[in-house]
Design a protein around this ligand. Structure first.
Ligand code: G
Ligand code: G
Ligand code: MN
Ligand code: NA
Length: 254
């Protein structure tokens, strides 16, 4: 598989990049951070989106190496935001289930934070609901260690996976991200409205933040805001941006 061979060399050749999509806090009326999203600049095929290469990366056993590369690059960038005086901006990094097999994951995260002099509360780890519902003992231990380190935990794609209320009750985390599927046309769809209301109420009851992903229109934003949603991400605010564009976006806001 040619693409797999190319991906094996992509890190060493500096072909991987991170795009940063602003996370918006409606209460502060400002960008409060970014989700780091992997991009592969293939020498012949151009920019390849993660939906195409993340499955290859996982099947080829590269999730670990590329995942660590991403955590390091994201922490380096967040350290730069701090030094540039862009305010305390948190960076959220997606973690693949395969990375959890690594016993020294926490130590590696701790070292990465230290390497870039980044305060642990400025890093957030995103795990999909399905990953969080995996090996219960392993996940409970990992969440405990991340919490002890001061790193925030977000449950990604919430509502589309396999977690249960008992998983949610047994794990302590900081944020639920409502999947785009329920946000699209939420101002017009009664079924999505019922689901978003329920997730927001769940967040209030559990005392955790809820973020709506994939907000594309003012109408979706207004509807969610009226329901008490305060954290947003989506093309309505900004697309994933290259590092320079993200810095400029934050600067222009002030
Ligand atoms: O950026 P984009 O919208 O195309 O992302 C598509 C998918 O790829 C998302 O589900 C996202 O979670 C995943 N993804 C993006 N960056 C990373 C990453 O650094 N690691 C892992 N494991 N998945 C990522
Ligand atoms: O990690 P996760 O699966 O949540 O990845 C987020 C994905 O959603 C990224 O691929 C990102 O590019 C994409 N995305 C972010 N905002 C929007 C949006 O407003 N609309 C659409 N269609 N996709 C979005
Ligand atoms: Mn994500
Ligand atoms: Na998501």
């Amino acid at each position: 598989y040619a693409l797999e061979q190319d991906l094996r060399r992509a890190v060493a050749r500096g072909e991987l990049e991170l795009a940063y999509q602003p996370l918006v806090d409606a209460r502060a009326g400002a960008v409060c951070g970014a989700e780091a999203l992997l991009r592969w600049r293939h020498p012949e095929q151009g920019l390849i989106p993660p939906t195409r290469f993340v499955p290859i990366m996982e099947a080829a056993g590269l999730a670990d190496e590329i995942g660590l590369w991403a955590i390091n690059a994201a922490c380096r960038e967040a350290g730069t935001w701090r030094r540039l005086g862009l305010g305390p901006l948190r960076v959220a990094v997606n973690i693949s289930g395969h990375q959890l097999d690594r016993r020294d994951l926490i130590i590696l995260i701790e070292r990465t934070l230290a390497r870039h002099s980044l305060s642990s509360d400025l890093l957030e780890i995103e795990l999909t609901e399905t990953v969080a519902a995996g090996d219960v003992d392993r996940i409970t231990a990992l969440f405990g260690q991340l919490r002890q380190l001061g790193v925030a935990i977000a449950i990604d794609d919430f509502g589309t996976g396999y977690s249960s209320f008992s998983t949610l009750r047994n794990l302590r985390f900081d944020k639920l991200k409502i999947d785009r599927e329920f946000v699209t046309a939420v101002d017009r769809r009664r079924d999505s409205q019922a689901i978003c209301r329920a997730i927001l109420e769940l967040g209030r009851g559990l005392g955790i933040r809820v973020l709506a992903e994939g907000v594309e229109t003012a109408a979706e934003y207004s509807w969610l805001n009226a329901q008490g949603c305060r954290h947003f991400q989506g093309y309505y605010f900004a697309r994933p941006l290259d590092p320079a564009a993200f810095r400029a976006f934050v600067r222009d806001e002030h």
